[in-house]
Design a protein around this ligand. Structure first.
Ligand code: 13P
Ligand code: SF4
Length: 315
């Protein structure tokens, strides 16, 4: 499945990783070959939790920028490396700290709950961070009368409003991958595979979620596929997760929902191009040169850490 060059690079990375006592973390949406060389693969919550538990001094975060930033904030004394600093996130980009600060000022009686897909500056303005794994659990622990601003993902926010009965004020941000799944294609798949369960990430739009049987984080969807007796699943999330699903359940079939085809808007696949910026070549160079290194402004990190630690305590 992998080229000779890829296999050679994998060997070199594993050797260098051992020599330098480095630990590689990868998100489920990264390329299969990156997941294969990782020590830990996880969703955003698991990666943040795991980072606080390892003893190694060099941590490599194969994911997107905000994941490396979160890791550095949680482990300030460690060297956190990211293979490509330009691997961003359209969702994090949809909420600028100055805009959130202005919105907060207009609603002084609201607390701010932010999705982990945000910059360190946004986390510094946040009372508690959540991920798709723990958002419901954390919101449920807040007093019923507490007014809440939730951002930046509008789809996740409305889903959490619907399952908690809250009326959080929602930021109008979205992930360009998850908001693009085609309802028409999903309905056709459901017709073609009657009775097959649909597993969706809560960043998908409401009409997609309304057609889904299981809604959860990447890890929750994976766990469901592993634990279920069923043999086929329709998947509405970034296609990188299929690698781990297929590896864990070789006898099962995973059918990805395609995105809407929009002329001139990125690619017409359900891949996050930012996650795919992590390549074996870049991981090797990053291990060898010990850069690019994630640096977070100390003042920002000092403010952001309380909202992240509060999330870890409430998870
Ligand atoms: P998870 O929290 O499920 O890992 O999702 C992160 C993400 O970026 C989804 O697009
Ligand atoms: Fe961000 Fe969407 Fe990529 Fe997740 S899939 S990292 S939310 S752009």
């Amino acid at each position: 499945m992998f080229s000779e060059e890829q296999e050679r690079l994998k060997e070199q990375i594993l050797q260098l990783k051992k020599e330098k006592d480095a630990v590689i973390f990868a998100h489920y949406y990264t390329r299969p070959e990156i997941q294969d060389i990782a020590d830990f693969i996880g969703d955003s919550l698991a990666l943040a939790q795991q980072a606080t538990r390892v003893r190694a001094n060099i941590l490599i975060m194969c994911g997107v920028h905000f994941m490396g930033e979160t890791m550095k904030i949680l482990c300030p004394e460690k060297k956190v490396l990211v293979p490509d600093m330009a691997a961003g996130c359209s969702l994090a980009d949809s909420c600028r700290a100055e805009d959130l600060a202005a919105f907060k000022a207009e609603h002084p009686d609201h607390m701010v709950v932010s999705y982990v897909n945000t910059t360190a500056e946004v986390k510094a303005l946040t009372d508690v961070v959540v991920t798709s794994s723990n958002a419901k659990k954390i919101i449920d622990q807040l007093p019923a009368e507490q007014k809440i601003i939730f951002g930046p993902d509008y789809n996740l926010g409305s889903y959490i409003n619907s399952v908690t009965g809250r009326n959080m004020l929602l930021w109008n941000g979205a992930c360009h991958v998850h908001s693009r799944f085609s309802l028409e294609a999903l309905l056709q798949l459901k017709k073609k595979y009657p009775g097959v369960k649909v597993l969706a990430h809560p960043e998908c739009k409401a009409p997609i979620l309304a057609q889904s049987d299981v809604i959860g984080s990447t890890k929750a969807l994976l766990d469901y596929a592993i634990g279920s007796e069923e043999k086929q699943f329709i998947i509405a999330t970034e296609s990188g997760i299929l690698h781990e699903m297929q590896k864990a359940c070789p006898e099962k079939t995973f059918i990805p929902v395609p995105p809407e085809i929009t002329e001139g808007v990125g690619c017409s696949c359900n891949e996050c191009e930012y996650m795919r910026m992590n390549t074996l070549e870049k991981v090797y160079a990053c291990l060898r040169d010990e850069q690019p290194e994630m640096i977070v402004n100390k003042e920002t990190a000092a403010k952001a850490i309380s909202s992240i630690e509060r999330m870890l305590r409430m998870s």
